[in-house]
Design a protein around this ligand. Structure first.
Ligand SMILES: C[S@@+](CC[C@H](N)C(=O)[O-])C[C@H]1O[C@@H](n2cnc3c(N)ncnc32)[C@H](O)[C@@H]1O
Length: 381
């Protein structure tokens, strides 16, 4: 066990007094790791200079934590929202470029006046005319795949897209997940709630200023790729072999849980801003849904971990946080034991932390909220 720092990063993070702590919270994502947990795992299981991989990277918490502790880190995430959040904090644009881009959106937003009236009813009840124009302009103009400036600005807009009235652009909503449009419309009507009158440009400028107050995090060697790990891992393995890159000493991840959440449906509104459909349910890729077919779920885990193996050093540690329900836990354990028979496996129960966002367990017929998650840790014997 390797303890590098006298003072835990966690306590410094809470104070937001470093660039690393200011950027760590980007952005709200279902089943995200608490940053303090990720910091501890990285600190305890790796040394500076080591390589860490996360094939189910989500918003990139593990990768960011590794990078800010001077490890090299590679993640893969299939959902564009996780990709935008992860790379916005790993490689933010310069303050001046991001604010200039915001000014451009401000100038061009009125060009979207007409389009702002052709959206489904939900959007009128969720956002004011001015906010809809701004969002449509951002949606059409920001090149979040190619430009780090645009990606950073997009991430900051995405965080504020929905949440409490007056603390976000939207009528009253959850910040973590977007509910179905018909549900929101009924809920707002019953309470007579209208969209908050917000100046979107001033609102985002304030958030940019807060984020950059100590500058940008110093990160050298970390990235999250947008894509399917089943396809991307073999390419990474080829690179490691061909260019004799160092192998990873820690695989640190949390796969999706069996039959719990649909990462596309729950984030349909943010995915709309990234260019997807204005109707939930149409954003899915081939792994959409709630991973509810158990044999396909096992196949996903198997294919990803088999493909990760060639990138791992012989003495690598594998640290998996997963769900305590039998279906997820037994599948994960069985897959890991089969793929890494030479490693010793232990597990630890972890009480849910409030910001982990695994609360909406009880929706859609899924089991009631679990009280615990489980950490499976595989070490060389
Ligand atoms: C439990 S979340 C990970 C959360 C992450 N630990 C964090 O802190 O944000 C699981 C993630 O796996 C992603 N995922 C599912 N199938 C994938 C695949 N085939 N390739 C890459 N990512 C995938 C999901 O989109 C989801 O973001």
């Amino acid at each position: 066990m390797n303890r590098q720092r006298a003072m835990p990063i966690t306590s410094r993070r809470r104070k937001y007094d470093t660039p690393e702590s200011r950027w760590a919270g980007i952005g709200p994502y279902y089943a995200m790791f608490p940053t303090s947990f990720a910091d501890e795992v990285i600190r305890d299981y790796t040394q500076p200079g080591d390589v860490v991989i996360d094939p189910f990277a989500g918003r990139g918490t593990a990768i960011y934590s590794a990078a800010t502790q001077h490890r090299k880190a590679v993640g893969i995430e299939i959902n564009p929202l996780g990709y935008v959040y992860a790379n916005a904090k790993l490689n933010p644009g310069d303050y001046r470029d991001v604010t200039r881009r915001l000014e451009e959106l401000s100038e061009n937003a009125p060009c979207y006046r007409q389009e702002a009236y052709s959206l489904p009813q939900f959007f009128y009840l969720c956002f004011t005319d001015k906010v809809r124009e701004f969002l449509l302009c951002a949606r059409a103009s920001l090149n979040w795949r190619r430009s780090k400036t645009d990606r950073t600005l997009m991430a900051l807009i995405l965080i504020s897209l929905h949440g409490k009235r007056h603390q976000s652009f939207s009528n009253q909503m959850r910040q973590s997940t977007a509910m179905a449009p018909e549900y929101c419309i009924r809920w707002w009507a019953k309470r007579n709630l209208t969209p908050p009158d917000i100046d979107p440009v001033a609102f985002i400028r304030k958030r940019i200023d807060w984020r950059y107050v100590h500058g940008k995090p110093t990160i050298k060697d970390a990235i999250v790729y947008l894509g399917d790990s089943i396809r991307k891992l073999p390419a990474l393995a080829r690179d490691v072999k061909e260019y004799r890159r160092p192998k990873a000493t820690l695989l640190f991840t949390s796969p999706p849980y069996h039959n719990v959440t649909n990462y596309y449906y729950d984030q349909w509104l943010r995915l709309w801003l990234l260019g997807c459909s204005d109707t939930p349910g149409k954003q899915e890729n081939r792994y959409g849904g709630k991973f509810s077919n158990l044999s396909q779920y096992r196949q996903l885990l198997t294919q990803v971990f088999v493909r990760a193996r060639p990138i791992l050093a012989d003495d690598a540690i594998i640290y998996i946080r997963t769900d305590q329900r039998e279906s997820t836990l037994n599948s994960t354990r069985a897959v890991l034991t089969e793929i890494f028979p030479e490693k010793h496996i232990t597990h630890a129960l972890c009480p849910l932390t409030p910001n982990r966002q695994t609360k909406p367990y009880s929706r859609g017929g899924a089991p009631k909220r679990a009280n615990c998650e489980v950490d499976l840790i595989l070490k060389p014997r």
